[in-house]
Design a protein around this ligand. Structure first.
Ligand code: TYD
Ligand code: MG
Length: 467
């Protein structure tokens, strides 16, 4: 038998190395490589004598399904992100920074499901029973029949949840605290986390219970992050947000049973998380419409339109190399827009610092934001406020042309609903909404847009002169 060699595994991405190194080649993180015993774990390692397999009964696709395959929680935003509720027999991973509100969200979901008569078990490995009870009281969930355990041993947890009536939902908070007798490594290492998660997934598949696993995103790599188990679970949701802001976004990154481009929006209050059904109102809440450099972007998140303000500040630089700072958007995309403005529109920004911020701590990932960003930049440079009732969207190509984007009608309808009566959009847009009264201004390229913004000053002057 071959001698078992120890392996060095990156705790961030799971890459296996032959020897220890300071930096992981796989993900580029530092000090994340830890020595582990590959023989540990529930599945037999490469060195073990193979066990003789036992044939399983093959079955057909069209069989009887006894129960509703999904259990909706009744929390609209959570159900939206999961694609209509938790799927029975599936494993869902909820990742996020420590303290962002994962335990709060799941306690609220557990209470909601319990009120509907489902059997819910909450296994806390991080907090003592008293702490979880305290939180439950604060969330007005203490009167529900959620079953609670504070336990971290995988075998003990399995024995507990296998007892009695089958649970509908089991919450494990968190996977980093799980440890199994069968794995030799320390709790929190890749081997332990994988072993624990594997056992939990197996329980879900065998019994039809939904397993919700909480995983902390860790930067220092002292404990294994949720990435190392992403491929094992059926759905991966990330709970994001800025500590400085109250709202939180539940973003789906993987879903075997639903769409992956939906988000759920919540607001953290003193009574737990509150659902935000209309995110645009939240992101536009602190708007100062009359200042130069602010443009409202009509964006999309999955099937839902989201209006958000982008703010630009362009100011003469005092440095040799001007500063470009971006919050909430891609900095290389900003560099591209600046280059197109310089090359095709004669807008000189080489002697200016450029700061860009997306209001409310929101993050835009759509290229459709190009036009809104370009408008905000030009508006700030020219010192001209954009019309307060106008939204912007459209993708800008390197040639300066403005490209059409999808969901034009939905974006415009949302804008109208929130009181915006005009929009600047790509000329080639199809599907303009019918029966609306808004003023939809189509532009073909970025120079058109710049001329339109600069033209507003001339118009204002001539009106003044005409009076
Ligand atoms: P928590 O759910 O414990 O975070 P995680 O499980 O992701 O580590 O939430 C922690 C933060 O949420 C904490 O800083 C306090 C805040 N919070 C509220 O603001 N209101 C509440 O009602 C609760 C329960 C928590
Ligand atoms: Mg927690």
């Amino acid at each position: 038998m071959a001698k078992a060699k120890t392996q060095f595994i990156c705790q961030n991405c799971g890459t296996v190395h032959n020897r220890w190194a300071g930096k992981c080649d796989g993900c580029g993180e530092w000090n994340t490589i830890v020595e582990e015993d590959p023989m540990g774990g529930i599945g037999s390692g490469p060195g073990k004598t193979p066990k003789k397999g036992r044939p399983v009964t093959l079955t057909s696709l069209s069989g009887e399904i006894e129960e509703a395959p999904r259990i909706p929680t009744g929390m609209g935003e959570l159900d939206r992100a999961t694609g209509g509720g938790f799927v029975r027999g599936s494993a869902v991973l909820i990742g996020g920074d420590p303290g962002i509100g994962k335990s709060t969200l799941l306690m609220q979901a557990a209470a909601a499901l319990s009120r509907k008569g489902h059997r819910v078990i909450y296994v806390s490995g991080e907090e003592a029973v008293a702490q979880v009870r305290l939180r439950a009281q604060r969330l007005h969930a203490a009167d529900t029949e959620v079953l609670l355990a504070a336990e971290t041993n995988v075998e003990d947890i399995l024995a507990t949840i296998s007892e009695g009536k089958r649970p509908d939902l089991v919450i494990i908070d968190s996977i980093q605290t799980l440890w199994s007798d069968t794995a030799d490594s320390a709790p929190g290492t890749v081997t332990q986390v994988r072993t624990g998660v594997q056992a939990m997934i197996r329980f879900a598949k065998q019994t039809g219970a939904t397993m919700v696993l909480v995983g902390h995103v860790t930067k220092d790599g002292q404990i294994a992050g949720p990435r190392v188990v992403e491929h094992m679970v059926d759905a991966v949701l990330y709970f994001e947000g800025d500590r400085g802001h109250h709202y939180r976004i539940l973003r789906t990154v993987k879903n075997r049973f639903g769409p992956t481009d939906e988000i759920g929006v919540f607001e953290m209050s003193d009574k737990g998380l509150r659902e935000v059904a209309n995110p645009s109102e939240l992101f536009l809440g602190e708007r100062n419409a009359n200042s130069p450099g602010a443009a409202v972007f009509a964006g999309m998140e999955g099937t839902r339109p989201v209006l958000v303000e982008v703010q630009a500040l362009v100011a003469p630089t005092t440095l040799g190399t001007p500063r470009r700072a971006v919050v909430g958007w891609d900095s290389s995309r900003l560099a591209m827009i600046l280059a197109v403005l310089e090359a095709h529109c004669g807008v000189r920004l080489g002697q200016h610092d450029v700061y860009l911020n997306v209001a409310g701590g929101y993050r835009i990932s759509e290229p459709a934001a190009d036009m809104a960003i370009a408008s905000a930049l030009v508006s700030s440079l020219a010192g001209l406020a954009l019309p307060a009732d106008c939204v912007y969207f459209g993708e800008v190509s390197l040639s300066g042309a403005v490209r059409a984007v999808s969901h034009t009608a939905q974006r415009l309808k949302e804008a109208e609903k929130l009181g915006f009566s005009s929009a600047v959009l790509p000329a080639a847009s199809s599907e303009l909404p019918k029966g609306t009264t808004g003023k939809w201004n189509e532009v073909e390229n970025l120079p058109d847009l710049v001329a339109r913004i600069a033209g507003s000053r001339l118009k204002a002057r001539s009106e003044e002169a005409g009076d």
